[in-house]
Ligand binder design. Sequence first.
Ligand SMILES: [Fe+2]
Length: 304
Amino acid sequence: MDTKTIDQLLDRFEKTGVVGEGNSRVKLVVNRLVRDLMLAIEDLDITPEEFWSGLNYFAEAGRNGELGLIAPGIGLEHFLDLRMDEAEARAGLKGGTPRTIEGPLYVAGAPVAQGEARLDDGQTAGEVVVMQGVVRGTDGQPVAGATVEVWHANDKGNYSYFDTTQSAFNLRRTIVADAQGRYKFRSVMPVGYSCPPGGATDRLLQQLGRHGHRPAHIHFFVSAPGHRKLTTQINIENDPHLWDDFAFGTREGLVPKVYTNNDRAAMNALNVDKPFYEIQFDFTLHADQVRAPATDFARTRAAA
Ligand SMILES: [Fe+2]
């Protein structure tokens, strides 16, 4: 079918069954996506079998909660980050900690701690890591009372809540930075993980000839009144997949040095009997900017 015929068909569709104004934005977006899909079906000669296979694929992915994993896996979540970077640059924003994908595994409602926290429940295997730093504005001034929400996987690559064998909010906290903008937490080192084997994302990636591995990382939301919310992650250096993340989350500026602390007094202070890891990482937030799109946007998220 040629493009002119497709456009005539779409014009007829849009004028059929009309009972009201509807939502102009939804109409614009849906009509565009339907047209693009029709053009793709035409150009690629997508067969009915392929079409229904695709439709049922998304239905299954939705039932199994994997759409939030497919979006980063095909690069769309990173694409949205890059578009936000461009919008901020156009609005004149410079510097600031790089953003990167949120992913689908945040859970709202984590316990709140003042200044510092222990993220693990004391029953979680893994090597001890202490991470700390300062939240600043782009003017270099500390942001007193900034909120640092942190979440990460355990030593098997699983997240509490989604992994029901872990205690509630294990490896998840909301830390309120002190008057000098400082935050600090103790936890156990996360490891990288993969898409659920045999799941919708995994099967898609296999068809694309790609793997579904993520390097070890720690997620953050950093926010404060008068500032743009930062969604980011830090990566643990030396992970074999550091620059080969299926979700495209690794970015320059988000791979801090990981130090090993083997000082006996420091170990005693943490009540550990072997050296532990230390990470120093400061976050830099942009001040509110009405000319750039909001970074604190609504998205359906788990809550416990
Ligand atoms: Fe993650």
